[in-house]
Design a protein around this ligand. Structure first.
Ligand SMILES: [Zn+2]
Length: 270
């Protein structure tokens, strides 16, 4: 599988993805924002975009749909229940569906919380859509970020309880070697936030040092095992995270859900 990732150089720090089948040169554009950039990415690799898949309805994830569709005739795929908020969806998806194109194949995960309707794409292990060592690949949109989690503010249609449920039910079961491709480049900021939550975690400083000189297009592709070593939202039962939270919120409940929601609230204000 060919994975092209491009930083969109905008305030929202979006990544756009074009993923291609090496045999047929057919490709999928995920969450296109700038159609011209996405079309040029595909053309430079001799790829022909046949499908557009939107993880959710936010304008920075669908803005390139019309331009890519007009230039390529690609079908627009999104979650069935997102038809009312994403224009011109050709095919509605449901949890458990598979999207196939050439040798590409992805499972559709229902992952609400950032928005009421959100999907992630997960490939199988040891498949033609896995990473270089057979690892499954996860395109996570605005749910799981490097060192962070998606926003859940009300104007976004989000809900932190729902996002917590998504993390537990969809991401917790995934293996450590699953490669993560999120919808935005927030890693440096998120690591700085994680540092405030868990000052004694050496892995946070280690990865801050590793990425400090990286431009967004050069950021490393992390796997879930690495994320589990520094991402506060995947480390809810770590004693230090709880101790630091309790200093600020002495009445905080100590369930994982309470910790997740407190972290999300703090990250909103940070
Ligand atoms: Zn979003």
């Amino acid at each position: 599988m060919i994975v092209l990732r491009r930083y969109m150089n905008n305030n929202l720090r979006n990544y756009n993805y074009v993923i291609g089948c090496e045999d047929t040169r057919q490709a999928i554009a995920i969450d296109p924002l700038d159609a011209d950039v996405v079309l040029a990415m595909a053309e430079a690799q001799g790829l022909s975009i046949k499908l557009i898949i939107n993880t959710h309805e936010h304008h920075d994830h669908i803005g390139g749909n019309p331009g890519v569709k007009a230039a390529t005739g690609a079908e627009i795929l999104a979650y069935e229940a997102a038809r009312c908020v994403i224009p011109d969806v050709d095919r509605g998806l449901q949890a458990g569906d598979r999207v196939e194109l050439g040798s590409l194949a992805f499972n559709v995960l229902f992952t609400p919380g950032h928005t009421a309707v959100h999907l992630c794409l997960l490939s199988d292990r040891d498949s033609t859509s896995s990473g270089p060592n057979g690892e499954p690949v996860l395109f996570s949109g605005d749910t799981l970020f490097n060192a962070g989690a998606g926003k859940c503010s009300v104007p976004f249609g989000g809900d932190p309880d729902t996002l917590y449920d998504t993390f537990v039910s969809r991401f917790q079961p995934l293996a450590d070697d699953v490669l993560l491709y999120p919808g935005h480049d927030y890693m440096k900021n998120n690591l700085a936030f994680a540092q405030t939550r868990e000052p004694g975690n050496d892995m946070i400083q280690y990865w801050q040092d590793q990425v400090s000189g990286c431009e967004p297009d050069d950021m490393p592709v992390m796997n879930l095992g690495q994320e589990r070593s520094y991402n506060s939202f995947l480390r809810l039962n770590q004693p230090e995270i709880r101790e630091v939270l309790l200093q600020q919120f002495p009445a905080l409940g100590l369930g994982d859900r309470d910790v997740f929601k407190a972290l999300r609230r703090l990250r909103d204000q940070w």
